[in-house]
Design a protein around this ligand. Structure first.
Ligand SMILES: Cc1cc2nc3c(=O)[nH]c(=O)nc-3n(C[C@H](O)[C@H](O)[C@H](O)COP(=O)(O)OP(=O)(O)OC[C@H]3O[C@@H](n4cnc5c(N)ncnc54)[C@H](O)[C@@H]3O)c2cc1C
Length: 275
């Protein structure tokens, strides 16, 4: 929840949580989405940093957007579409459909996912209104696609028999206070990859190693080669963990694959860590 990270209390960091707990540690890894870090975030997820983040970091936060990509996941009682076609598209731009049934009919039986990107936002609409729009598009698509086969009357009849889903979920990643966006993008006027790199650098950041870094950053937006994606988020976690180890043990170099390395040197580090 609403938190507070202090990087300058003796040699430790303090994290104060919204429910009144204080945690102390030699290092803290911040992995919240870029939207949560924004200075204008006034929701319950807001985090205050003391001392404040460097100007470079704040610039990076300003020039990386959160983006909007949402989904409506729907499980139907009866499948009314072709079982093996993976994607359905239409000239209606708000929704693009993924047929999960085709990917895994055993576990995703009769499930369609409507993807919706950036330009179409459903803030202000209820979940039911969003679902009604999706169903309207599906009915229109399947009416037309069957017309060629069976004639207009039969096509319309098929569309009318498409029943609403028996289970459904509407995501709201752009407005959910703990996401405030779907994944990072480069804003106009920013420095592109350099912003991802600046976001990833630890704080306080000293080019000459004169100060020990205590607050570290991970998450997809901090990844220079995998931003927006799960693999970028995962790799950034490994990178940040390595930075913490290097900072705590005052090491300038860390074996990049130390986790799978059983050399004496790495074993010594591991024992220290486990202590
Ligand atoms: C619709 C959609 C489709 C996608 N499709 C793909 C795809 O096909 N392939 C792909 O690789 N990636 C895809 N992604 C992107 C992928 O989901 C993300 O890149 C990845 O989940 C990011 O992981 P993360 O750990 O950086 O952030 P997150 O998974 O967002 O984790 C951040 C965590 O921080 C928590 N948090 C937020 N604020 C606070 C706070 N103040 N205090 C404590 N905790 C907080 C949140 O609750 C959350 O658990 C998609 C994303 C969306 C939204």
């Amino acid at each position: 929840g609403h938190g507070y990270v202090a990087g300058d209390v003796a040699d430790v960091c303090e994290v104060k949580t919204a429910d009144g707990h204080t945690l102390r540690a030699l290092g803290v890894i911040v992995t919240v989405p870029i939207g949560v870090l924004r200075e204008d975030n006034t929701t319950e997820s807001r985090i205050e940093f003391d001392p404040p983040l460097s100007q470079e970091k704040r610039d990076a936060i300003k020039f990386l957007g959160g983006g909007c990509h949402n989904k409506v996941c729907m499980r139907f009682k009866r499948r009314f579409w072709q079982p093996t076609v993976r994607f359905f598209n239409t000239t209606q731009e708000a929704f693009q459909f993924m047929n999960l049934h085709a990917f895994d009919p055993d576990h995703c039986r009769n499930i369609l996912v409507a993807h919706s990107f950036g330009a179409y936002k459903w803030d202000g609409k209820s979940d039911q209104q969003v679902l009604d729009e999706v169903m309207g598009v599906l009915r229109a698509m399947f009416t037309r696609s069957r017309c060629g086969e069976a004639g207009e009357t039969a096509g319309e009849r098929i569309a009318k028999t498409i029943e609403p889903p028996i289970q459904w979920v509407v995501t709201r990643w752009d407005t959910d206070p703990f996401s405030l966006g779907s994944y990072a993008f480069w804003k106009k006027g920013g420095r592109a990859l350099e912003d991802n790199v600046a976001l990833s650098s630890p704080e306080p950041f000293s080019h000459d190693n004169s100060q020990r870094s205590k607050v570290f950053f991970a998450g997809e937006a901090t990844s220079a080669f995998g931003a927006q994606c799960v693999h970028g988020a995962a790799h950034s976690g490994v990178r940040a963990a390595s930075e913490v180890v290097a900072s705590v043990f005052n090491m300038t170099h860390l074996h990049p694959t130390w986790a799978g390395d059983d050399s004496d040197e790495v074993m010594e580090w591991r024992d220290k860590l486990l202590d």
